[in-house]
Design a protein around this ligand. Sequence first.
Ligand SMILES: [Zn+2]
Length: 440
Amino acid sequence: MFFPLSLLSQSVQDVRSDQRIYEIINDVSAERIEKDITTLAGFGTRHTLSDTVSQTRGIGAARRWIKAEFDAISKECGGCLEVFYQKNFIKEGTGRRITKDVWVVNVVAIQRGSKYPDRYVVMSGDIDSRVSDANDYTSDSPGANDNATGMAGAIEAARVLSKYKFENSIIYTGLSGEEQGLFGGQGLAQYAKDKEWNLIGVINNDMIGNIKGVDGVINNREFRIFSEPVPPTETERQRRARRFYGGEVDGISRQLARYVHRMTKTFMPEMDPRMVYRLDRFGRGGHHRPFNDLGFAGIRIMEAHENYTQQHQDIRVENGIAYGDVLEHVDFDYAKKLTAVNAICLASLAWAPPAPEEVSIGGIVEPSVRLKWSAVEGAVGYRVYWRDTTSPTWDNSLFVSGETSVILEGIVLDNYFFGVSAVSANGHESPVVFPNKIFR
Ligand SMILES: [Zn+2]
């Protein structure tokens, strides 16, 4: 391969030398996460239809406490978080799990970016919990793993990242109504669309604290990243184009999943991220989906080995098995690690320039591939990626500074997939953009 010298001038820092990323990993505290999960489990039940008046029990008390935590974090950083409730009224009978009229209330905290205040990367967890009967809103339902872990992770990420300034905005959010039919996510996704938010992506955390699987496997390194292949909002034209130009495994959510995979491998090599090429677990749901439904990138981060006797269960002992989603089964160090995975991805995405909007590819019946892309203001360069068509990860790359086009000499278009990201001066990258245009 031959590259003009100008393309090789590295005016960009290696992202691995950004000490802030290591600081962020070290700052995430298993003790604080344990304390927060304990507090959340202590509200008795956080069922979406539960009591909203009590100060000690029910989802009302829980969401007021979450808001107060975000407010306290904001106070520490001189008011760096905009904290508010985002709520939607859901009428009785909207699905079988809404047995009475209810306000589904999310708690949202925005850390406003300095350069791109209207571009957002989102970390979400859930407020609500449930037991065996999805509509039982009075029984004890600690939801310690499902999903106080994701909620506590979002609060802890806010604590750690609020010490830094970012170019893009970061949103930390607790969503409600998940167990009743993904209502909180639907509400916030619609809110984002109505406000014309430019969402870089949603990293949804749902159950990030269990290391002992029902299959007997114990593993505190492995975790799953679920992502759907292509957006459900794609047009018929895009679907048809994919048959000829590829992209079956290269939708925007999949690129976000690869981003999390790469960041973990780079900065937390002791962890074992496992991309799962599907929207979610077989036939089951999570709060990233309503964002996907509206065309936003969104993924689910989750433990690798679930224990079904400890989720959605009445607390009881039956045939010697202790059922219930109780504190004793949560591994706080593991929840800390997955929170750190989130935090470094939020930080890197929030320090990165926007992705190139248009990436064009050419080189049909030619010995070389040609790529060109729209310039990104604030990017010091671009990283051009390619990989074998069967590889899940972007294995090969070339940094291009200054230019907005490149010729990859001797690389045949047919045999690889390609993509381009924008890079900041300290090496932080946007998600990779799969070519969305063809030129001859
Ligand atoms: Zn659940």
